[in-house]
Each structure stands twice: as C-alpha cells, then as structure tokens.
Design a protein around this ligand. Structure first.
Ligand code: HEC
Ligand code: HEC
Length: 440
C-alpha cells in the first residue's frame, strides 16, 4: 500500500469516527433514557398495583374503630359478637380467595376436604395469610382478629376460580358482581355512622343495606340520603370494571370526574380512609344535603394516607387493559356483521366511539338522549349519564346492564335502543349486534 492510500484510509476512518461517535453517544443516551423511563413506569405501576390490592389508606378507623366489623367476623367464641363469619358464608357474600397467598400445605388440606369451612377461625387464618381479596385483617399472636380494613380490590377485583369456585388467581380491574357490600356492612355491630348521618334508626339502615343486592353499592347514599328510587327499588348502582379506562375522560356512571378525582373521593368518603378531598360541588345543600351538612366537600385529615398514592394508583388503573373475550364465547362471523350494524345502521358509534367506546371529550348525555329516567343522573354532579366504555362487557354480564342493571341481557339493551332511536333493526341485525358487543 502506498503512503497516499494509507493517508486516504486514515482520513476515511477519522471521518467515520467523527460521524459515528456522536451518533453512538446520542443513541446510547436515548436508549438509556428509554430504559430509565420504562423502569420508572414499571416501578410506578407495580407500586400502584400494591396500593390497589393492599392499601387500606387507614380505613380501619372506619371498619374497625367505628363499625366494629372485625367483631362480627370473629364471632362470640373468638372474642367478637354473634355467630362469626365462616369461609362458606364469606364466599356466599362474594368474597374471593387469592390462591397465590395460600401455602401448599393449606392447598392440599383444602383439596382433601380437611379445612373446616364452617369455622370463623378459618376465616381469621385466611386473613392472617392475606388471602382474602380486598380485606386486610390484623391478627394478634394469640389468633385474635384485632382489626379489618378494605382495599380497592374488594369491589374491583375477582379471581379466575382456578382452584375452586371463589378461589383462584386475582383478576384486577374486574368488577366483583358476586360481592354483596350491603350485606357485609349490615353485619357490623355498630351502624351508628349511618344512623347518625342519615338520621334514621338502625333497622332502616339495615333495610337499606340489604336492598342493594350482589354486585351493587350506593356511593351517593351518604351524600344525599336517598336510599330508594321513586318506584321503591334500591338506589344502588352496579360496580363497574376499573380496567380499559385509559383515554376516557369522565368516570363513574354519572361522570363524577377523572380517575384520580374519583380515587381520592372513594378512598376518603366511601372507604373511610384518611385522605384529603376537595370537591366544592358537595357543598350544594339541595343536591347533597348530607355531604353539605358534614363538610364532605373539603376533608383535611391530620395524616393524609391517600394523596401520596393517587399518582401510582392512577397509573395502575390506566395500565389495566380490558381483557379480550375467549373466541369460543361469541360467534365471530355474526360479530363481524354486528360491527357494521354498530357503526352504520344503528350508529351506536356516534357515542361509543371506537377504540374507546365512549366520546373523547365531555362524555355525558342527558337521560332523554338515551331514553331513561333521570333519578340517578340527578344524584350526580352533572345531571347526566356517562357513555359507558364497552370494552370487556363479557366480564360483567352478571347483574345486568346500565347503571342499575335494569336491562338483564345485551339483547334487552339493543331492544331498548331499537325503540328509543326508532331503528327498526331486523331480528338478525339485533342478534349480530349482540354478538359484536360480546366480542369487545
Ligand atoms: C365497596 C365497593 C367499592 C370499593 C371498595 C371501591 N369502589 Fe370503585 N366503584 C364502586 C362503584 C359502585 C362504582 C360506581 C359508582 C357510581 O357510578 O356511582 C365505582 C366506580 C369506580 C371507578 C369508575 C369506573 C368507570 O367506569 O369509570 C373507578 C376508576 C374506581 N371505582 C376505582 C376505585 C379505586 C381505585 C378504589 C380504591 C381506592 C375503589 N374504586 C374502591 C365500588 C367500589
Ligand atoms: C346518545 C349516546 C349513545 C348512543 C347513540 C348509544 N349509547 Fe349506549 N350508552 C350510552 C350511555 C350514556 C350509557 C350509560 C347508561 C347508564 O349509565 O345507565 C350507555 C350504555 C350502554 C351499554 C351498557 C354498558 C354497561 O356497562 O352496562 C351498552 C351495552 C350500550 N350502551 C350499547 C349501545 C349500542 C349497541 C348502541 C347502538 C344501538 C348504543 N349503545 C348507542 C350512550 C349511548
């Protein structure tokens, strides 16, 4: 090689290095940033999951100190009151058991039928193992149940029944439509927090609580004191899923606010956790007489256990995708035809806009627009109904559809729209539309 060629090669190498080095530095930096961003997201989501599953936000002060629910769970023979809550009863009122929290020894004993499911002591043992989804119990060394609190997972998680009915792996975000929160609360020895706020006797409170039924809860009861609809049926609403919410603006059936607004609201006012809540809409005496009289629109505890968790809780819920239905659970060719009905002929997609299946923006409608009464809408702050996001409908067919479950089946929903919007859909178009809804 001549000296000239060598010089040219050196020049080329230098040039290449001059270009490549900053590019490499830039690229590795970028990957470093990507990696650290992903790590941060992962950390937040897993912290959020922990809060969603396990954090009581100090609500033991409500469930234990005030309602004394722990005494009803333990029963008289274990230092509480009444018969106690054995595991069979707990499963009957819709509580779920996390199979991952059970040691192998216990699983084998359960399989052999060696575990006494009629003994409240077994419930306490399960609480000690942290195996009851959404219920946190503190058990003393002598086996005494000292306190209980609840978490978000109580209502917004269920299990896949992989071990037995009610016992399996956690399914976070799924609405627990077996859970009967009213019956559970009615077991409490002291219902004075309810009798005092509502200014009624204990018997009336129990009648209200037991009117809710499985899968339902009345988040507005302690705001407006309206327990029953004008026709005498319960004012409770269905527990909605807490998945598939990313991109959705207003949440809850009546569009109270964002995920993080509602989380602060629920943890503080509904679960009885120690949190700050600022929502001056609750100062409206006409609409929310109980909330306004008790200053629920501006709650400031000494110690705030909720606010520090709102960010990660929100990230976790937004990360929860709506689960896809099993292929065998719907007729896919009918669903394909149903998609066209949804988008064109019936124009459902005018409000349920894919892929969110609610409106981007202010996703609320008047009761007249969807052809129903205004009772529940008027209990919310905006007098409307939120366009329900439809993904994962297949996971909450129990308890019916619409906020109060007034339509038992998806066909009933479709029949309602057919009349309300004057669609004149053929019976084939209706059943195709139902298959499409099942496929979302
Ligand atoms: C006792 C049962 C119960 C508990 C505990 C509970 N929720 Fe809910 N949740 C409900 C009910 C019922 C609604 C519907 C309320 C309404 O529309 O009036 C709801 C609504 C929601 C929504 C709105 C979903 C949507 O479709 O927009 C989110 C999000 C949510 N809850 C998250 C949480 C979180 C997070 C926690 C814990 C901090 C929690 N919930 C605790 C019963 C519960
Ligand atoms: C004007 C807007 C609008 C249109 C058009 C509309 N919906 Fe709805 N949809 C809503 C609202 C609002 C709700 C919530 C009702 C409630 O809270 O009780 C809802 C609820 C539902 C539900 C119940 C979801 C649940 O979780 O219980 C289904 C299913 C549904 N719609 C399907 C359809 C179908 C199918 C069509 C077309 C035939 C359609 N919707 C057209 C606004 C609309």
């Amino acid at each position: 090689m001549g000296i000239r060629n060598l010089l040219v090669s050196l020049q080329t190498i230098t040039l290449a290095l001059l270009i490549a080095t900053p590019t490499l530095i830039y690229a590795s930096n970028r990957h470093f940033h990507d990696a650290s961003l992903l790590f941060d997201v992962f950390k937040s989501v897993s912290k959020g999951r922990h809060a969603f599953r396990h954090d009581t936000f100090g609500d033991e002060s409500f469930w234990t100190d005030r309602l004394r629910l722990h005494e009803a769970i333990a029963g008289e023979s274990l230092g509480g009151v009444g018969p106690g809550v054995d595991p069979s009863t707990a499963l009957l009122v819709g509580l779920k058991v996390d199979v991952n929290a059970l040691p192998k020894k216990v699983l084998r004993a359960l399989q052999r039928g060696d575990v006494d499911l009629t003994d409240p002591a077994t419930t306490i043992a399960l609480l000690q193992l942290d195996a009851v989804v959404g219920v946190k119990g503190k058990v003393s060394e002598s086996g005494r149940l000292e306190s209980v609190g609840i978490t978000c997972a109580l209502c917004h998680s269920t299990v896949d029944d992989s071990f037995a009915s009610g016992i399996g792996h956690r399914l976070d975000g799924w609405a627990n439509r077996d859970l009967d929160p009213g019956v559970i609360i009615s077991l409490a020895p002291n219902l004075s927090p309810f009798t005092e706020l509502l200014n009624v006797d204990e018997q009336s409170v129990r009648a209200v609580l037991t009117s809710w039924g499985p899968g339902k809860f009345d988040a507005s009861l302690l705001l407006d004191g309206k327990a029953f609809r004008p026709d005498g049926s319960s004012g409770a609403v269905l527990i909605p899923p807490a998945f598939g919410l990313a991109g959705v603006n207003l949440h809850t059936w009546t569009g109270w606010g964002s995920v993080t607004h509602w989380n602060a609201f629920v943890a503080t006012l509904e679960m009885g956790g120690q949190g700050t809540l600022y929502d001056p809409r609750l100062n409206d005496f006409d609409k929310f007489p109980v909330a306004a009289a008790n200053g629920f629109g501006d709650v400031r505890p000494e110690r705030d256990l909720v606010t520090p968790k709102l960010g990660v809780l929100q990230q976790y819920q937004l990360a929860l995708k709506a689960p896809k239905p099993p292929h065998s659970s719907y007729d896919s060719s009918a669903a394909k035809r149903g998609k066209l009905v949804f988008e064109d002929q019936a124009d459902c997609a005018r409000c349920h806009i894919p892929p969110l299946f609610t409106e981007p923006g202010w996703n609320l409608h008047t009761p007249e627009e969807i052809g129903i009464d205004d009772f529940q809408a008027r209990r919310g702050p905006e007098d409307g109904y939120r366009t329900a996001p439809l993904k994962g409908l297949w996971t909450h067919s129990k308890g019916g559809y619409y906020h109060d479950g007034r339509f038992a089946t998806l066909m009933d929903v479709v029949e309602h729209y057919d009349v309300n919007f004057g669609l004149s859909l053929s019976s084939n178009a209706k059943s195709d539309l139902v298959e499409y809804l099942k496929s979302l």
